[in-house]
Design a protein around this ligand. Structure first.
Ligand SMILES: Cc1cc2nc3c(=O)[nH]c(=O)nc-3n(C[C@H](O)[C@H](O)[C@H](O)COP(=O)(O)OP(=O)(O)OC[C@H]3O[C@@H](n4cnc5c(N)ncnc54)[C@H](O)[C@@H]3O)c2cc1C
Length: 408
């Protein structure tokens, strides 16, 4: 049950974060623990059950297999963070260690153009130290005999720092530890913003409770609702909710080894999920248009599993002819319609409005590096570890895409 709406304790905060899920908590934690930051943080969350967030519907996977160098560096730090989780909390014994189950992603190419893309991406990844291997169809078949490779030319696979991790534990500890470092979380909703005279600064945020709070900086961590929040400051961003379905199934004859997160060219991905298997796909898998649903629409199209998803799965892995669906859900990506990549950092005109938006399908794994980078920007006015300026709002204004060829 959701708690009562809460008023903030103060009238003014140095940083007001809108949305307290994976990103709101990452930014609050990284900022609050930095000894160079001596300000106050308010995190406003409209639904503290987090039931309908992207964070609660995620598939929680991480990959090194990006084509863009910045995204690769972000993932490298993501893996370092996961594998050394407790050490980032000063070896606090209450904090568990997290396992990165590195069964890898398997990208499969069924045409020459994508085969070439995979080859080039593998070269970029290898240059940066990632363990991706570019494999022939025969090599893939030898390593994973259960695949039907009839239509496949080549694939990319990486068994290092790539696979599943328990992102919920990270989220829980960010939230808990951010509070311990002084961030105030409240159940409330930001409904409006008050601007200064020439519209270059957000002076206040208004809450559903009627409270009006002054803010030094305002950070948009509203997930699929990012544009609803940015419009309060008169700003448009190309971020929409997009429905993505997840299915958990049991196999009558389980595979004799882990199923890598397999990106089938037909648009379904699947992987090992403990004793079960997980498959995911966009709502367009049955031929429908991939349009923005209503923010509260999480309805499933149950016909998709029988008519489209299962046949695709069973074609790629014939052993999956005999499977039973055990669970399924619909979640929303915060989909950046320009280039399916993050929008990070300040607005060009409203300089105290900071974006942390548009992660599409790879936000979970990017949350350690992106949260750290945004906290650097909040504290120092610049990125000090990974330069995230390529994700800045300027490209949105100019309509210039951040080029990333590996998008799921
Ligand atoms: C089906 C699915 C599978 C995915 N799989 C992966 C994966 O395998 N790997 C990966 O890296 N990423 C994956 N992602 C993406 C990842 O889950 C998201 O990028 C990430 O969770 C985004 O977190 P967020 O905090 O930005 O957004 P959200 O989790 O949606 O949180 C936004 C928060 O803002 C709050 N909010 C909104 N408006 C207001 C307001 N006005 N006032 C106060 N609060 C407000 C909301 O209540 C919510 O709690 C997946 C996403 C989905 C949907």
């Amino acid at each position: 049950m959701a708690s009562e709406i809460q008023s903030p304790k103060q009238k003014s905060y140095d940083v007001v974060i809108i949305g307290g899920a994976m990103y709101g908590s990452s930014v609050a934690w990284w900022t609050g623990r930095n000894p160079d930051f001596d300000g106050s943080i308010l995190v406003v969350e409209r639904d503290p059950t987090y039931e309908f967030t992207s964070t609660s519907h995620t598939n929680s996977c991480i990959r090194q297999q990006f084509s863009n160098e910045v995204n690769i560096r972000i993932s490298q730090f993501g893996a370092e963070f996961i594998k050394n989780f407790r050490s980032f909390f000063d070896n606090d014994e209450r904090v568990p260690e997290i396992v990165l189950q590195s069964y890898g992603y398997m990208y499969l190419a069924d045409n020459d153009e994508f085969a070439q893309t995979l080859k080039e991406s593998q070269e970029t990844q290898q240059k940066l130290g990632s363990g991706t291997k570019h494999m022939s169809a025969a090599e893939i078949k030898e390593a994973y005999p259960f695949y039907n490779m009839d239509d496949i030319l080549v694939g990319n696979h990486n068994l290092i720092d790539e696979g599943y991790f328990d992102g919920n534990t990270i989220f829980d500890w960010w939230k808990r530890s951010a509070r311990e470092h002084g961030a105030e979380y409240i159940h409330n909703e930001v409904t409006a913003m008050g601007m200064n005279g020439d519209g270059t600064k957000v002076d206040t945020v208004t809450l559903q409770s009627g409270d009006v709070v002054s803010c030094g900086k305002v950070v948009n961590c509203a997930g699929p609702r990012a544009v609803v929040v940015s419009r309060m400051a008169g700003i448009e961003i190309p971020v929409e909710p997009r429905k993505r379905y997840t299915y958990i199934f049991d196999a009558e004859q389980p595979l004799d080894r882990d199923l890598p997160l397999t990106i089938d060219p037909i648009g379904v991905h699947m992987r090992t999920d403990g004793q079960y298997y997980l498959a995911g796909c966009p709502m367009s898998i049955g031929g429908a248009e991939d349009i923005a649903p209503d923010y509260d629409d999480f309805e499933q199209d149950h016909s998709l599993w029988e008519q489209h998803v299962w046949p695709i799965i069973a074609t790629r892995v014939p052993q999956f002819e005999a499977i039973k669906l055990v669970n399924s859900w619909a979640g929303h990506y915060a989909f950046n319609t320009l280039d399916q990549n993050a929008i990070i950092g300040p607005h060009s005109k409203v300089e105290n409005f900071i974006f942390v938006n548009g992660f599409s399908g790879h936000g979970f794994q990017q949350s350690p590096a992106m949260g750290r980078g945004v906290s650097e920007f909040i504290t120092y006015g610049e990125y000090r570890t990974i330069d995230l300026s390529a994700f800045g709002y300027e490209r949105i204004e100019k309509g210039e895409k951040f080029v990333e060829k590996a998008v799921i």
